[in-house]
Design a protein around this ligand. Structure first.
Ligand SMILES: NC(=O)c1ccc[n+]([C@@H]2O[C@H](COP(=O)([O-])OP(=O)(O)OC[C@H]3O[C@@H](n4cnc5c(N)ncnc54)[C@H](OP(=O)(O)O)[C@@H]3O)[C@@H](O)[C@H]2O)c1
Length: 416
């Protein structure tokens, strides 16, 4: 019988790294993740579907929902430790804070770790004390100047932490509520965020998990639901399948019953994509079009999810199936060059170039997709991998690792 237990005693993992619904790939051993404090306002907590399967026999837990890849282990062991800690009491908000600011565009040397004033929440805003900020490829585009911003600016596009104060007109999200959000200026100790962009973190997720899952998880899930039009049994191809968004796409597509092909640059990354649910993997250094043609028996792929951009777009048009959906959503190798729209007519291709924000700009969509995403994680259907956590002041190292294709999964900044 389906059973979901939240607010359980704290558990320590002793499991194979791939078996948990919470992974940190850079770590040689499983880490302890303290259970999150209960939400201070249950009414604000995102709903968690009661259909999730979560079996806990104290020392052994099994997470299941959709059939895992045969090579992926599905169980892990736990031992019991202390009960949940109480939420820490709020320290007074200081006048200044540490933040990562850029005053000119360029390489990682333009990322300044400096003291700046703590923002005052304006109308509709809440002040969040960030604990973890996500590092996303878009941050590198803003830093390099590929995407334009008015300078100087504090970088960052998502974070999770606790509410510490509000503008007087905001009555939601009481002080102490754990929240996650996608908004600018998140590489900082404090960020003033519109309340309309905040989502309360459900009791089954740590703040770290929420920060790691949010932007990339909403990207993967909304692009599948709204852009890819993927049906069970169809062919779906994910480029950079061992990357942050890529790993989530692979797992979600597999759970929908798609036949998933993943591409990646190394054998290690291909193996990881396979473990997560890509039944076929292709080295991006091989002739990808020829291999995909072979794998699909000449049909081509019905949906392509491409965050690589310049290096892969042309091949995408060659291997897309008749009436396929090509979702081009990033520039990891550079922006897609101009091309003739007539090329789409050969196979009646639907081409989309979406931004995640466009699918969650309405509050009802943000709430719906966030709840669905959290449910997938809490139920164990989707595993979130943290590549590494960097101190805020070492953001340059995080950008450099992400841009040099060294990473597998999410990069976080720890904001003390
Ligand atoms: N449109 C949106 O709303 C939206 C939202 C989130 C993310 N994105 C996009 O999604 C893409 C993936 O983001 P992510 O944060 O999850 O990054 P990521 O996939 O973890 O890292 C990028 C990966 O792209 C691949 N890659 C291929 N050529 C590359 C090159 N020349 N330089 C660097 N990487 C290259 C690498 O994988 P291999 O080594 O396996 O090739 C690399 O690991 C990015 O383009 C990002 O902008 C878009």
């Amino acid at each position: 019988m389906p059973l979901l237990i939240l607010n359980r005693p704290r558990l320590v993992r002793a499991c194979p790294i791939i078996a948990s619904n919470w992974l940190r790939l850079a770590s040689p051993v499983c880490h302890q993740h303290p259970a999150p404090p209960p939400s201070t306002n249950p009414a604000l907590t995102s709903p968690v579907s009661s259909s999730s399967t979560y079996i806990d026999t104290r020392h052994r837990r099994q997470l299941s929902s959709f059939p895992p890849h045969p090579s992926a282990p599905t169980t892990c062991s736990y031992s019991q430790t202390q009960p949940n800690p109480k939420p820490p009491s709020m320290a007074p908000v200081p006048a200044t804070m540490k933040a990562i600011q850029v005053s000119k565009t360029g390489g990682i040397d333009v990322l300044d770790y400096k003291d700046v004033p703590v923002p005052t929440p304006k109308e509709g805003q809440v002040l969040v004390k960030n604990e973890f900020a996500g590092v996303n490829f878009i941050d590198t585009y803003f830093r390099s100047g590929l995407y334009k911003l008015n300078l100087p600016v504090i970088l960052g596009s998502e974070a999770a932490g606790q509410v510490v104060s509000h503008h007087k007109d905001v009555t939601s999200f009481p002080v102490g509520t754990r929240v996650v959000y996608m908004d600018s200026q998140a590489y900082a100790q404090y960020t003033a965020v519109p309340a309309s962009k905040l989502i309360a973190i459900p009791a089954g997720l740590t703040t770290e998990q929420a920060a790691a899952a949010f932007l990339q998880g909403l990207t993967a899930w909304t692009f599948i639901r709204e852009a890819g039009n993927v049906q069970p049994g169809q062919w779906a191809l994910v480029h950079a399948a061992a990357g942050g968004v890529g790993q989530l796409l692979v797992q979600m597509l597999r759970s929908l019953g798609a036949k998933v092909i993943g591409t990646a640059s190394t054998q290690e990354k291909c193996d990881l994509a396979k473990k997560l649910g890509a039944e076929w993997t292709v080295s991006s250094r091989d002739d990808v079009v020829a291999r995909v043609n072979e794998i699909t028996g000449g049909h081509g792929v019905d949906a392509i999810f491409d965050g690589v951009g310049k290096a892969t777009f042309d091949a995408d048009l060659q291997m897309i199936a008749l009436k396929g959906h090509l979702v081009s959503f990033g520039n990891a190798s550079g922006p897609v060059p101009d091309f003739s729209i007539l090329r789409l007519s050969d196979k009646n291709v639907t081409l989309l170039r979406p931004k995640v924000h466009g699918y969650v700009s309405e509050r009802k969509d943000l709430e719906k997709y966030s709840a669905e995403l959290f449910d997938k994680i809490i139920s164990g259907q989707v595993k979130i991998a943290i590549h590494d956590i960097y101190p805020l002041k070492e953001v340059g190292r995080a950008h450099s690792d992400l841009e040099s294709r060294k990473t597998k999964g999410k990069l976080l900044l720890s904001v003390e």
